[in-house]
Design a binder for this molecule. Structure first.
Ligand code: SF4
Length: 320
């Protein structure tokens, strides 16, 4: 008796993983135990949730499709809304096609019988992987029978200024990608088939490279362990592109650089601190810079506190 091959359900995220790196998709399904704990995941999820809620709050009359008790209910609710001739925005509309399930952030009626799809992001512009991400959603929704006429990444508008607390009108900007995703939408079926083929096979043999950047991968430690041991102090410790400059010339070890040829003062300081093991602390420079500061002084790490949606109007503007 022949055994049918397993059918792997795919989500938008899994297809994005596959397009970044087939090995990442394979590991995320077959070896999730190898993933590193993502310390920032909770904070990013909270920020994403806050941005999503802000985008929905700007569309009064919108209906949220709940996945309660499960995604089947979300699929049924979405279908019922569309079949009833619903004419207001729908949040988290849920569709399925060819075993791929997507939940669309926002679907808005466009007034001529079709729909505009918006994928909400907390970034200030679309990123490369958003194109395929959006294409997957448009493909699934269209194949499920929805007339999606346009699609955009709805991201934060860097020109936005919060004029009064809670007044978020203008916080978002739609980067319309309808024409950018045309080719990707047309090839989704092949991409999905290739992703399934990868999942049905052995672990892909792929070494880390430039494809690992852009979308942080939590299998980096596992993959990098397969690489030959590099120098203790790689040239990549030099900031502002200094490391890549030397890598492109075939130099990998910081200690192989002649310090006399380093012209950037920061590179010189990093080099000196590294080779001598002496921390670089410009006490006089710090004293001079802070001489006029009033007391009490408070240290605030902006990388720790980075609200995507402003809390207070005074002086609020986006700088990212
Ligand atoms: S670290 Fe790089 S090579 Fe390894 S799974 Fe992730 S993207 Fe692929």
């Amino acid at each position: 008796m022949s055994v049918a091959p397993p059918t792997f359900g795919l989500s938008k995220s899994r297809i994005t993983y596959f397009e970044q790196c087939p090995k990442r998709l394979w590991l995320s399904v077959h070896r999730p135990d190898l993933a590193e704990t993502d310390e920032g995941a909770e904070a990013r999820f909270a920020a994403g949730h806050e941005v999503g809620a802000a985008a929905c709050s700007l569309l009064p009359g919108g209906v949220m499709v709940e996945a309660e008790p499960d995604l089947s209910a979300a699929l049924a609710t979405t279908k019922a809304l569309l079949e009833s001739g619903h004419e207001d925005p729908i949040f988290e509309a849920t569709f399925q096609h060819d075993g791929v399930l997507v939940r669309v952030d926002i679907l808005e009626p466009n007034g001529i019988g079709g729909w505009h799809m918006a994928e909400v992001k907390s970034s200030t512009k679309p990123k490369d992987y958003h194109v395929n991400d959006l294409a997957t959603q448009v493909w699934v929704a269209r194949e499920a029978g929805v007339s999606v006429d346009s699609a955009a990444i709805r991201h934060l508008d860097t020109d936005f200024v919060l004029k009064s607390d809670g007044s978020l009108e203008g916080l978002f900007f739609d980067s319309d990608l309808t024409s950018n995703i045309k080719d990707q939408v047309e090839t989704r079926a092949e991409v999905v088939a290739a992703a399934r083929e990868t999942l049905a096979g052995e672990e892909p043999s792929i070494l880390p490279g430039s494809h690992c950047n852009g979308l942080p991968c939590n299998f980096a430690a596992y993959c990098e362990a397969a690489l030959p041991l590099g120098p203790e102090w790689p040239v990549t410790v030099l900031p502002y592109g200094g490391g890549n400059h030397w890598l492109s010339r075939g130099v990998e070890d910081l200690f192989d650089i002649d310090p006399a040829v380093l012209t950037n003062p920061t590179h010189q300081r990093v080099y000196q601190a590294t080779v001598t093991g002496e921390p670089d602390h410009n006490v006089e420079g710090a004293r001079t810079a802070m001489a006029d500061w009033a007391f009490p002084r408070t240290w605030l790490d902006f990388e720790t506190i980075a609200f995507a949606v402003f809390r207070h109007a005074k002086g609020a503007h986006l700088t990212r």
